[in-house]
Design a protein around this ligand. Sequence first.
Ligand code: 13P
Length: 254
Amino acid sequence: MNTKTIAANWKMHHGPDEARDFLEKLLPNLSTRKKPRILLFPPAISLQTVSAGIEECAEIELGIQNIHWEVEGAFTGEHSAAMAVSVGVRFVLIGHSERRHLFRESDSEVKDKVSTAIAAGLNPVVCVGETREERVQGSTESVIKRQLDSVLAEISVQAPKDMLLAYEPVWAIGTGMLPEAHEIEEAHSLIRNRMREKIGQEASLSTQILYGGSVNANNSEDLLKLKNVDGLLIGGASLDPLSFSKIIESAVSV
Ligand code: 13P
């Protein structure tokens, strides 16, 4: 697990034109040295543009920000896992805090989406994390365990090789606030240990755990040096090709 993963969650930014422009600026900036694995999660409407743009670049893989838990049907505005696969998607964000909090997604929906993703051959990137209030109340550990357990119960027999976990404290997302280094290490080791208990040693060691929340080009190298931090999931700082390429560079040197 030496190769770190640097993932960009563009959220509702970068339509097809901006996505093309981003790649035109990013790709020449990538060093020819060994690169980390790079995952791009554009909005669904830009998936095909990004898919075409990264064809020649084996280190960059494509992800979708959300799928529906049903295979198909009358779900206006939604996308199925199979549709994502058909345009070259290999990863899917599930349980992102914005989905959980702004769109009221429950643990049960998160679990169902994980199952649907795996059945379609997509690798879930399962996001967990506590709110500010939950941390202040001292319930960080129980919240992370609750969010993890429902998903781990679902995948106990079929953990995909390339599944990822992401620890994203809700209060650190888009705020410029970072947890203390020891808080990140504690959360990541909690996630690693819980995976070992629920899905076994091998799957727990092969599942990368990303940190997300106010990552930028100035703090990425230090974050990547923390124990059990196998990569980063980046929002705001991934929108600018220059700052994103600096974060990618910082992963090469760790
Ligand atoms: P920011 O990097 O903008 O804090 O967002 C993090 C995030 O939500 C990535 O999924």
